[in-house]
Design a binder for this molecule. Structure first.
Ligand code: MEV
Length: 436
């Protein structure tokens, strides 16, 4: 088969035809079919097929639980879906530590989301200013029925502003702010924007004072994943002397100072900030996935927020007094606990049950706590023993799996590597000697 040839009608092929096509196109053995078959779900496959398109199998990730998260005096067991060993262990260890030291204190700063209607027009924002009230009445009127349900749940359109786009003459946006209750609200926001957009254009083009600048034309309308106004703060705090379990060979004062240096480096150096924040997202993404939220949206929004002061920076900050260690994460998390996958995916339903059916605001706080726990564990390890010691121990299991070890070999390897540094070649040599 010519590999450059376009595949036509792939979506209309049966599952078997699709797989056969891939086997022939890539030149694979028929074993591919067995691998893909093995991970089909015995009873829920239709449901999974309908979540995406061209589905031929399922992609499994471990579903784990991190216990002992005391958040605002409520104890949670947090479901986490992640492929990286040590994340759940680090989260659980930090959660237990902080549960003994007052727990995570979280606070919602705001829960607004944003939508943007872009349009071109030769007038200016100042030309539109006198029409603000009239526009507000229009926006509320045309979205009345679309927002009725959301308004009855305390949400809806909260405000709007017109801004010009920097460096682009004659290009503007209507930035609309929304509250969406317990739903992430993407469909709601996009529906409202698509209702407002033609009305806005018609409004401008029908006013003599405005149309003398020429006709306005719509460009596009879409929600923004940048949600600096959907923000949660999560904080842990304890007397420095309590940090002993994490201080390793250092005094607790030295440990706290080293931790402060590490956080300040992440505040000031974007290379380090990226890795530091990645440690936060180890926790956040795992909860976002387990609860069926859109992890790309969360990542995009929170990573953008990490640059809100003009340079990419740490999402956490540490305050040290002579006696007190106070560590704070501030992160935008536009999460939902109704709608989307929450009513569809059985494991998402399980996650929300385990979390005792949280509101969106509660889920923001739980997710932030998982992020802070993971980052705290990572930074604590980095400034004491280094990351590899604990990491590679847990990674041992993955290496052993990749080397097709028997249960007996695994047991012996676990025993042997209790006192040895784990490395891929070390495990390989150990197994070789065992097998000889
Ligand atoms: C690894 O998944 C995460 C870390 O790199 C985070 C960090 O460096 O702070 C350990």
């Amino acid at each position: 088969m010519d590999k450059k040839e376009t595949i036509r009608g792939f979506s209309r092929m049966s599952r078997e035809e699709k797989i056969q096509h891939v086997i022939e196109h890539v030149g694979l053995s028929e074993d591919l079919k067995q691998d893909l078959d093995r991970y089909l779900h015995p009873s829920e496959q239709t449901l999974f097929n309908n979540i995406s398109e061209n589905t031929v199998s399922n992609y499994y990730l471990p579903y784990s639980l991190a216990p002992n998260f005391l958040i605002n005096d409520t104890m949670y067991i947090i479901p986490m879906v992640i492929e990286e060993s040590s994340v759940v262990a680090a989260a659980s260890k930090a959660a237990s530590f902080w549960a003994k030291n007052g727990g995570f204190k979280t606070r919602i700063i705001n829960v607004e989301k944003n939508g943007q209607i872009f349009f071109s027009w030769a007038g200016t924002v100042d030309d539109l200013k006198p029409y603000s009230k009239e526009l507000e009445i229009l926006i509320n009127k045309v979205t009345e029925s679309a927002t009725a349900n959301m308004r009855s749940r305390g949400g809806g359109i909260t405000s709007f502003e017109i801004k010009s786009i920097d460096n682009m003459p004659n290009t503007h946006q209507l930035l609309v702010k929304f509250k969406t209750g317990d739903s992430m609200g993407a469909n709601f926001i996009n529906t409202c924007l698509e209702i407002i957009s033609p009305e806005l254009i018609h409004f401008i083009n029908s006013k003599d004072e405005l149309k003398r600048h020429g006709n306005a034309k719509s460009i596009m309308s879409i929600l923004s994943n940048y949600t600096p106004n959907c923000l949660v703060e999560c904080q842990v705090s304890c007397p420095i002397e309590q940090l002993k379990p994490y201080a390793g060979e250092f005094s607790t004062q030295e440990f706290a100072q080293r931790f402060k240096q590490a956080v300040d480096i992440a505040i000031n150096d974007p290379y380090r900030a990226t890795t530091h924040n990645k440690g936060i997202f180890n926790g956040i993404d795992a909860v976002v996935l387990a609860t069926g939220n859109d992890f790309r949206a969360i990542e995009a929004g929170a990573q953008a927020y990490a640059s809100h002061n003009g340079q990419y920076s740490s999402l956490t900050k540490l305050e040290l007094s002579a006696t007190e260690f106070t560590y704070t994460l501030e992160v935008p998390l536009a999460l939902g606990t109704v709608g989307g996958l929450t009513n569809v995916h059985p494991m998402v339903k399980a996650s929300l049950e385990i979390l005792n059916q949280p509101s969106a605001e509660q889920l923001m706080q739980i997710t932030a706590a998982a992020g802070l726990a993971n980052n705290f564990g990572a930074v604590a390890a980095l400034v004491t023993t280094g990351i590899q010691k604990g990491h590679m121990k847990l990674h041992l299991s993955n290496i052993l799996t990749s080397m097709n070890t028997t249960d007996e070999e695994r047991e012996k390897a676990n025993e042997y590597f209790k006192n040895e540094t784990v490395s891929y070649s070390g495990v390989e040599n150990f197994l070789k000697s065992l097998r000889n």
